[in-house]
Design a binder for this molecule. Structure first.
Ligand code: PRX
Length: 568
């Protein structure tokens, strides 16, 4: 444990006195900022965009600066109000109604953001998918959500098994020649720029994010408009957003970070949001900061580690002096990365902890708080966090256990789509139990220790071993499969698969590569195992459950622990 402390930036009025703010804070006061407090009705898209577009001092401010190889665009709050209104009218013309699921499967682009906001404006539920998803991953999500409409591109449409999705009535194509399906461009051209927003209740649905657990298919985490209260306030106090900031969140909107903090938090706070398309490269990333004068930057340990390994010369080529505040999420933030950040930017990198299910940040490092490298920080005001045992009893300081949050914070998921049992299983004794193990030190800082289940975190992406195993055994040569996360210095973990072969197949490099490609083409690149090892058998319990823990112990050369349930 590294108990060294890095002192806070002085003179920041937000939470200069953490204890006092924590004591006084009340979520109800935050609600005052939204129309809900006056009318009882609200819409997160209104609060994020239209409200600023109706303000003469703000309407001409850039809301979205889009930058990608070959395309640069700037849209003001007024522009985004207009384009999202147009798309909302397109949806209405095609009978999309409040509560319908409308999915987006396309790259980050100005069209994506207009469509996303348009979906919210009609009161429908948006389901953003990673562009990297392949057929099986796309099908699972569209099937489970019973989505009636999909917005995609002609290239990505090839991965959508349309004929096998009976609920999917309509497809909107962005790009293409307009001869097939509904043409985004043609419909937008004739759509009115005026739209009467569907006012909803704070508890009405707005977003479905699919995420992996250790068993079963990905589950649909359901969020409601009420989450805006927490997006807004954490944007203010954790991202430390001020109206003249230029903010860049590197996350894809297929991931909750790319919606909560790539869309809502900056816009609810009226801040200019930079969206970068295209692939990662250290030069381009530093270049984006320099070119757009990014002042607040939210990224992930994997990206920081890649920048670190690109060496000290690359950042020196760019003027990074606009940066004021840097943050991280998704995986443990190694103290080495924090030391690198101090050297590269002369700034602390602030770790934040939360999950798809929590909808927004819960445990964080704040600009005005002393930081202990390696710690996730302290609970946001209004959030009660604790370490609990398996029965939901609180444990004392320095004892490891389940990281848990007192149920009922504003952005908490309201359901697992069509799976009440799964939803219930998160809660014990009034606590939401995260599945992460952690401890809290005497000063109240939380320290992440690992996952308590078999969920894999590779480059910040959550991968369920079950999903990968299911795909592996669809391969003609594979009889059985067990999948684990193996520690990796750059990616956090990589996916390692153990497989047994069917009769008639023998191990070869070609076969292993073929199996790898099979998973990659079926699910996605990030779900494909980097390592595959052939075994004579896969360890299972007598009830047939794959003992991933045992595979992991073998792999890491650790003691195997209790194996009494192992089948003969
Ligand atoms: O294990 C924790 C890890 O990521 C999980 C949540 O993943 P996901 O739902 O994809 O959302 C991540 C972004 C909101 C957690 O259960 N995790 C997230 N943040 C951190 C972290 N692990 C260590 N430190 C963090 N700051």
């Amino acid at each position: 444990m590294d108990m060294q402390t890095i002192t806070a930036r002085a003179g920041n009025p937000n939470m200069e006195n953490y204890e006092e703010t924590y004591k006084k804070f009340n979520w109800d006061d935050v609600k005052e900022n939204f129309s809900w407090s006056k009318t009882g009705l609200v819409n997160i898209a209104y609060e994020a965009i239209d409200k600023h577009a109706e303000n003469p001092d703000k309407k001409n401010q850039a809301a979205l600066i889009y930058t990608a190889p070959g395309r640069e665009e700037k849209l003001t709050f007024e522009d985004l109000k207009r384009t999202s209104n147009q798309f909302a009218n397109v949806l209405k013309d095609h009978d999309v109604e409040k509560g319908d699921r409308v999915f987006l499967f396309m790259p980050r682009s100005p069209e994506f953001y207009a469509a996303f906001l348009g979906i919210l404006k009609v009161g429908a539920i948006a389901g953003p998918l990673f562009e990297a998803f392949m057929e099986q991953a796309v099908r699972d999500r569209l099937e489970d959500s019973e989505a009636s409409m999909l917005i995609t591109t002609p290239e990505l449409l090839e991965r959508v098994p349309v004929s096998e999705l009976p609920d999917l009535e309509k497809i909107v194509l962005v790009g293409g020649d307009g001869s097939q399906h509904i043409s985004f461009e043609k419909e937008m051209e004739k759509a009115s720029e005026d739209f009467e927003i569907e006012w909803v209740d704070l508890e009405d649905g707005m977003l479905l994010h699919y995420t992996s657990g250790s068993t079963g298919k990905p589950k649909g985490v359901y969020h409601v408009h009420n989450a805006m209260i927490q997006h807004y306030q954490t944007g203010k106090w954790v991202l430390d957003l001020k109206e003249d900031d230029i903010y860049w969140c590197t996350a894809d909107p297929g991931w909750v970070t790319g919606t909560s903090y790539g869309i809502f938090a900056p816009w609810l706070n009226g801040v200019t949001n930079v969206i970068r398309g295209g692939r990662f490269s250290p030069d381009d990333w530093y270049g984006t900061i320099a070119e757009h004068n990014i002042s607040v930057w939210y990224s992930a340990p994997t990206a920081f580690r890649k920048l670190l390994s690109a060496g000290e010369e690359v950042p020196k080529k760019h003027d990074l002096s606009s940066l004021r505040h840097v943050l991280s999420v998704g995986e443990p933030l190694n103290p080495e990365v924090i030391s690198w950040g101090l050297k590269a930017f002369n700034l602390r990198i602030h770790d934040t902890w939360w999950m798809t299910e929590t909808g927004a940040m819960l445990i964080c490092n704040y600009p005005a708080m002393d930081m202990r490298p390696g710690s996730m920080g302290k609970p946001f005001p209004g959030i009660e966090a604790a370490i609990v045992d398996n029965e939901g009893n609180e444990l004392p300081a320095n004892q490891m256990g389940n990281l848990a949050i007192k149920e009922g914070w504003p952005s908490m998921m309201r359901a697992i789509w069509k799976n009440p049992g799964k939803f219930e299983s998160y809660f014990i004794n009034g606590w939401y139990v995260s599945g992460d193990s952690a401890y809290q030190d005497e000063e109240g800082y939380f320290w992440f220790q690992g996952r308590l289940d078999d969920v894999i975190n590779t480059s910040g992406e959550r991968v369920g071993p079950f999903e990968v195993e299911s795909k592996l055994i669809e391969h003609e040569a594979v009889a059985e499969a067990g999948v684990i996360g193996k520690p990796d210095p750059e990616r956090g973990e990589i996916i390692k698969a153990f497989v047994t072969l069917r009769e008639g197949y023998t191990e070869s490099d070609e076969l292993l590569e073929d199996i790898r490609q099979f998973v990659k083409k079926g699910l996605s690149a990030h779900a494909a195992p980097r390592e595959i090892e052939i075994k004579d058998s896969i360890p299972k319990t007598r009830s047939g459950k794959i003992m991933r823990r045992l595979l992991k112990s073998w792999e890491l050369g650790l003691p195997t622990g209790d194996t009494s349930t192992l089948e003969e």
